[in-house]
Design a protein around this ligand. Structure first.
Ligand code: NAD
Length: 511
């Protein structure tokens, strides 16, 4: 457990404005740390209003030129960018491991998905097509064009430092410009990806990056030159960002937190499902929005499940992501560790049964190098769903389990949640799975798949406090979010002997 503040590192991070890395006029600073060692990696200055405005101004100026760049040219840049990211995947994975604490295979897995974002954004030649209908009245044609809108802000959380910042790909590919704000805990992956974007030929001012925290986000939500905001993070902040941006007449899509329930029925094929469940609950140190949080297990299989699941948990190797075979890294920082420990303490005090207790866990052999890391072992709590530890998101390896008697009971528990991100069922009965799929109030459903995260070309977003907005992230929803359907109604007076000339009076008179 971390006990001291890290030494101030030499590396001081910069903003990326109009194609240049610039020193930050800052109002305060924090230290980016390696969660496995607690060591400082870089100084993260928090941008002043003037520093943020410089990035917004650059993006505004670049927009007028960028929106006129032919779609195939923008697409080709995305292809180049995709290749550069792919070639740099080992380097990027090493940065993710250092600043986020994931294992190397987890970091490479994230990069695979992240690169698919850019691939899908490159499909803008297809996805940004409009539509035309000829002869909506005599000699009158109607079309819509998916037009870019201007400057978008993209605000990212810490847990996917490559994937989520790359939401900017769709914004840029559709002809908008961007001010990107990475998480203050994991900005280094984003910084390297921004360098690669410049190398790919994305012109100066089209992609800008500012460092900061709460105040920076507020400035982005308030600034009149920002047309829209993409936010991914906790529900609490998602709601704030959504209200603030839309209150300022901006578009906003704000993806929030989750408390994902996994139902294990009596027909679950445990041999196949157990590795999937263990990975869903504890992979990436449970710091995934699709991570399973709560297990609801049919009474008839509860005992067998518990015995085998506890054995699987005990096989999870906790350690630094650089070491081969590690299945679970540290949590992001000392504050998160303290929050999780308090939640376990409170659950215990309330009478919940702590079946596996990760408090005070250390890396095997407790080597000195990792003694200041933020370690919490896999924790499993048997509790009633009315306990706060069941209901509130804990973005770390504190997971709950309860026994249920029917699918109706499971559905009721799931739908009572204030979150609506994903729900999972393990069953071999198609009809039961179908009933589950139709009944749960979540944005994503997994059937024998523990982390049902949509791939880049499918939209992602939850319900209730897990998502604020209408158009989801990724795929065609992203293209629609970053463009406006401008409708054009046309007639021509000179018809060259074809249709009747002039506007059809019946058409003009109808509205
Ligand atoms: P967070 O909400 O603390 O921070 C997200 C971003 O908001 C950061 O850039 C941060 O600087 C900024 N921020 C923090 N507090 C703010 C405030 N009061 N006002 C304005 N901006 C603020 O989230 P996090 O801890 O970085 O990430 C973990 C959370 O993200 C979890 O809740 C997880 O479920 C969620 N998440 C959701 C999805 C999804 O697809 N729905 C994906 C990944 C992560």
């Amino acid at each position: 457990m971390s006990t001291s503040s890290p030494v101030r590192p030499e590396r001081v991070l910069q903003n990326f404005v109009n194609g240049n890395w610039v020193d930050i006029d800052s109002i305060s600073e924090s230290i980016v740390t390696n969660p496995a060692t607690g060591a400082g990696i870089a100084v993260h200055p928090n941008s002043s209003d003037a520093a943020i405005d410089a990035a917004i101004d650059a993006a505004s100026e670049a927009y007028e030129t960028w929106r006129m760049v032919p779609v195939p040219t923008r697409s080709a840049m995305m292809f180049r960018y995709r290749q550069l990211l792919f070639d740099a995947r080992d380097e990027l994975a090493a940065i993710i491991v250092e600043e986020n604490g994931k294992s190397t295979p987890e970091a490479l897995g994230e990069l695979l998905r992240a690169i698919q974002y850019v691939e899908n954004a490159a499909a803008v030649t297809e996805t940004q097509k409009g539509a035309v209908t000829e002869n909506v009245a005599t000699s009158v044609d109607i079309e819509y064009i998916k037009e870019p809108l201007g400057v978008f802000a993209v605000i990212a959380p810490f847990n996917f430092p490559a994937m989520i910042p790359l939401y900017f790909s769709w914004a840029v590919a559709t002809g908008n410009t961007v001010v990107l704000k990475p998480s203050e805990y994991c900005p280094l992956t984003t910084i390297r990806m921004v360098e690669l974007a410049a190398e790919a030929g994305i012109p100066d001012g089209v992609l800008n990056m500012v460092l900061g925290e709460k105040i920076t986000v507020e400035r982005l939500c308030d600034h009149e030159a920002i047309e829209g905001v993409t936010f991914v993070g906790s529900s609490e902040v998602a709601e704030i960002v959504y209200r603030r941006s839309t209150g300022n007449s901006k578009r906003c899509q704000a993806q929030g937190g989750a408390k994902n329930n996994l139902v294990v029925t009596d027909t679950a094929v445990l041999d196949r499902c157990l590795p999937n469940i263990t990975s869903s609950l504890f992979g990436c140190a449970s710091q995934r929005c699709f991570a399973g949080s709560n297990l609801l297990v049919y009474r008839s299989v509860y005992e067998e499940f518990m015995e085998r699941f506890l054995a699987a948990i005990d096989d999870v190797v906790m350690g630094p992501g650089t070491i081969e075979g590690v299945g679970m890294g540290p949590v992001i920082n000392a504050a998160a560790l303290a929050k999780f420990t308090e939640a376990i303490d409170a659950a215990e005090a309330s009478g919940a049964r702590i079946i596996r207790d990760g408090r005070g866990a250390t890396v095997e052999g407790n080597p000195e190098e990792y003694q200041e890391g933020h370690w919490l072992g896999p924790t499993l709590i048997e509790t009633d769903p009315s306990n706060p530890v069941w209901a509130t998101e804990l973005f770390g390896p504190v997971r709950c389990i309860t026994v249920i008697d029917s699918i109706d009971e499971a559905i009721d528990i799931i739908n009572a949640s204030t979150y609506g991100h994903s729900a999972v069922i393990y069953t071999e009965r198609g009809g039961l799975a179908r009933r589950f799929r139709q009944s749960v109030q979540t944005g994503q459903v997994g059937i024998n798949v523990g982390t049902p995260a949509p791939i880049a070309f499918y939209p992602v977003g939850g319900r209730k406090s897990s998502f604020y907005g209408a158009l989801r992230g990724r795929g065609v929803d992203a293209v629609d979010f970053y463009t406006d359907k401008k409708v054009v109604v046309t007639t021509w007076h000179d018809t060259f002997g074809g249709d009747q000339a002039g506007v059809d009076p019946a058409f003009e008179g109808t509205v």
